[in-house]
Design a protein around this ligand. Structure first.
Ligand SMILES: C[S@@+](CC[C@H](N)C(=O)[O-])C[C@H]1O[C@@H](n2cnc3c(N)ncnc32)[C@H](O)[C@@H]1O
Length: 292
């Protein structure tokens, strides 16, 4: 019942639109309701992907209706924006900017802006924007502001020239949004095609060893409490793509990583199936699979 009352309010807020550079949303949902909406959207999306995979049209229609009735992707995004407010753990890109300060990128790159592709961007004024360190291109399946292009990363044309690639990709809380485990692996793999590996030669001394890079944020339970996934598996998977881990930090709810794309991919090692790593009743089913 509560969900039915919330949806029109969310729709009304979205219809009014928000200013692009100052989207500090009013807290319209309680913390519990925000989490419930996010969880429910993830759950329905997973069911939808499964129903689509088995060609169950009736179930697909039913699930699409359920998703629309609860406000669709827009309501989910609004709940996610609320989830970013500082009292709920804050904007995840703060961590990236802190790390870059540590590795002196801040001073070394004052003349050299880092080209960032932000996948799954909800706002245009996060810590990365405020830092002035980046030229940011933002995309999302459903754009919430003029500075965010509506685009599916999986459909984005692969750059033909290095000049059109990026020094860093931000993939913050996006993988867990992807409804299938093979879709998550494909997304990770695809990041490599957008990163400019000339960085070690073209960037200012002092920062060149840290790029090109992937900033990855996941909900902590997906790596610390899953039956099918953990840090070791993620590290092996990333290594098979050519990534090495530069930084990792776990906070209460999220885990943050900075990966350097340093090596050539090893397709022979890109075999990651869904298999139980840790059994036990209290674990979740988060998983990422990959094929060469
Ligand atoms: C939980 S929000 C995360 C937002 C923000 N990056 C953060 O850290 O709070 C996930 C976003 O990823 C977007 N997304 C998921 N898959 C995507 C894809 N294939 N291409 C572009 N955006 C995608 C969704 O539309 C959604 O807005």
């Amino acid at each position: 019942m509560a969900k039915k009352r919330q949806a029109p309010l969310l729709k009304k807020m979205l219809a009014k639109g928000r200013p692009p550079l100052a989207p500090k949303p009013q807290a319209v949902l309680s913390k519990k309701a925000t989490q419930k909406l996010i969880r429910s959207h993830h759950g329905l999306n997973k069911k939808l992907a499964k129903a689509e995979a088995r060609g169950d049209k009736e179930e697909v229609d039913k699930l699409n209706k359920q998703i629309n009735d609860s406000g669709g992707l827009s309501s989910y995004q609004l709940a996610s924006i609320q989830g970013q407010s500082s009292e709920r753990g804050g904007d995840s890109s703060v961590v990236l900017v802190e790390w870059l300060k540590d590795i002196k990128v801040v001073t070394a790159s004052s003349e050299h802006k880092l080209r960032m592709l932000e996948v799954g961007a909800l706002s245009t004024d996060n810590a990365c924007f405020k830092s002035g360190l980046f030229d940011i291109e933002r995309i999302d399946l459903n754009s919430q502001a003029p500075g965010i292009k509506k685009q599916d990363f999986m459909e984005r044309p692969v750059p033909q020239f290095e000049k059109d690639q990026f020094d860093i990709i931000s993939l913050s809380l996006v993988l867990n949004f992807v409804p299938t485990e093979e879709g998550r692996g494909a997304m990770l793999k695809r990041t490599c095609q957008f990163l400019d590996q000339r960085a070690p030669r073209t960037m200012p001394k002092g920062i060149q060893d840290n790029f090109p890079a992937l900033f990855l944020v996941l909900p902590a339970p997906s790596v610390v409490n899953s039956r099918y996934f953990n840090d070791e598996r993620l590290t092996l998977m990333m290594a098979s793509l050519g990534y090495v881990m530069l930084r990792r930090e776990q906070k209460r709810k999220l885990v943050y990583y900075l990966w350097l794309l340093r090596d050539k991919p090893s397709p022979d090692e890109q075999h990651f199936r869904k298999e139980i790593i840790k059994s036990g009743g209290n674990r979740n089913n988060f998983c990422i699979t990959m094929k060469p």
